[in-house]
Design a protein around this ligand. Structure first.
Ligand SMILES: [Zn+2]
Length: 136
């Protein structure tokens, strides 16, 4: 039973008991029931809004996952020397710090230098150029 249904039931009960809405107590009771009815309707509207927002958020979350897949590949943060290329104007790569496990993202300029300092622990990470990173 929803809140709205409970309120409707209570309203019917009040009428069935012959409570006179023109009497003092009857007036208060029917006013309270009217307020409850409004609240129940508001609550149902809110629940519907939240469900809609939830759906929207799911869609955004799914889209974001697609973007992450394009940017960072398929969640394979395993080997420290696992360098992934990104098909864009500037290539970005990521690797995992062997000392602290932090995922470090860097661009091709840094790759050309051959090493980078881990922003998390300061460890110097060196990498070997893979085949597709070597061209230009
Ligand atoms: Zn580190």
């Amino acid at each position: 039973m929803t809140t709205a249904e409970k309120v409707a039931y209570l309203k019917g009960l009040t009428e069935g008991l012959g409570i006179d809405p023109e009497q003092k107590e009857g007036k208060i009771l029917t006013t309270i029931l009217d307020i409850l009815e409004d609240l129940a309707i508001d609550q149902e509207d809110l629940a519907a809004d939240i469900a809609e927002l939830d759906e929207g958020l799911d869609a955004v979350s799914d889209d974001l996952e697609d973007v992450e897949t394009v940017l960072f590949g398929d969640e394979e943060e395993d080997d420290e020397d696992d360098i992934e290329d990104w098909d864009g104007e500037t290539a970005f790569y990521e690797c995992q710090c062997p000392a602290c496990g932090e995922t470090v993202t860097f661009d091709e300029d840094v790759l050309a230098k051959g090493s980078i300092q881990c922003p998390a622990c300061g460890e110097t990470l060196e990498f070997e150029l893979g085949e597709d990173a070597e061209k230009e």
